[in-house]
Design a protein around this ligand. Structure first.
Ligand code: SAM
Length: 278
């Protein structure tokens, strides 16, 4: 009978956040698959756990994943840990989990810290619905394509970011999203933990001066319903009317302008119609 893969969340800074169950599972399994064995060895030393560590990271995921799953299929149990937080959230854990699922291996989650969730609740923004976006690409083209896709997103958005890219990311977000609220959390659960809640334009100004240090999560407000103000609406309507003058059908013009702005298509359609009848 095959063994089990345990997805074990580890601290994102403060070691006190490791759960009792996570510790017990790491003691009980046959081996631990770790993103960086040096990082996980320190955690095991702190917990006084002696256990075989197997390296599993982005660059050896195929070969190491095959070995790990063969061992689990032969009956061994494995704890999957990454450098920090919940394996699978913007780290190589995702591939191993999917491979185990494909092989019908039993998978158990040992939940715990996750920077995205910690930053979301710290943001004080509406978090009833949110979307996790992970890291933006380093390629300008892909980064802008990603941000463009989110221009009319209503849900609160979560981004991970490295300190040396923060300034550029904030500028790009302001360019694409326009001004809106953002919460920036860094070094959550660590000594220099800090959360600042401000507008994107204020954040851009702040980081002209501030030197970013540590690990960051950016929580960005979705397009606000209040964006659909009369003034904004009139601008979008003007654009849609121009599309009609350029030869587009009324429905297509309303649809295009709605997609570009996030304004309701039906509302636009009715307003263009009303304008034509006036
Ligand atoms: N699996 C992890 C999780 O559950 O959050 C995330 C792994 S991802 C490779 C690392 C990114 O998570 C960092 O670049 C940073 O954006 C975010 N992060 C991790 N720890 C953090 C912390 N203590 N404070 C703020 N952000 C953190």
């Amino acid at each position: 009978m095959s063994g089990t893969l345990y997805i074990v969340a580890t601290p994102i800074g403060n070691l006190g956040d490791l759960s009792q169950r996570a510790s017990e599972i790491m003691s009980d399994v046959d081996f631990i698959a770790a993103e960086d064995t040096r990082v996980s060895r320190k955690l095991l030393e702190y917990l006084k756990i002696k256990k075989e560590l197997v390296s599993y990271h982005e660059h050896n995921s195929k070969e190491s994943g095959d070995k790990i799953t063969s061992r689990i299929l032969a009956g061994e149990s494995c704890a999957l840990v990454t450098d920090a937080g919940t394996p699978g959230i913007s780290d190589p854990g995702e591939r191993l989990i999917s491979k185990c699922a494909d092989l019908d291996i039993n998978i158990v989650s040992i939940p715990g810290p996750c920077a995205a969730i910690a930053a979301l609740v710290l943001s004080a923004l509406p978090i009833g619905r949110f979307t996790f976006e992970g890291f933006l690409s380093t390629s300008k083209k892909s980064r802008f394509a990603h941000l463009d896709e989110l221009k009319t997103e209503k849900r609160t958005m979560v981004f991970y970011e490295a300190p040396h890219k923060i300034k550029r990311t904030l500028n790009d977000m302001l360019t694409v999203f326009g001004d809106r609220r953002i919460s920036i959390s860094r070094e959550i659960t660590k000594i220099y933990e800090e959360t600042i809640r401000l507008s994107l334009s204020e954040a851009v100004l702040l980081f002209e001066e501030k030197i970013p240090k540590g690990e960051y999560v950016l929580i960005v407000e979705g397009i606000s319903e209040s964006k659909d103000t009369q003034e904004d609406f009139n601008q979008v309507l003007e654009k849609a009317t121009l599309y009609v003058s350029d030869g587009m059908s009324l429905m297509d013009a309303a649809k295009k302008a709605a997609e570009e702005s996030g304004v309701s298509k039906n509302k636009l359609y009715n307003a263009i119609l009303k304008g034509q009848q006036a």
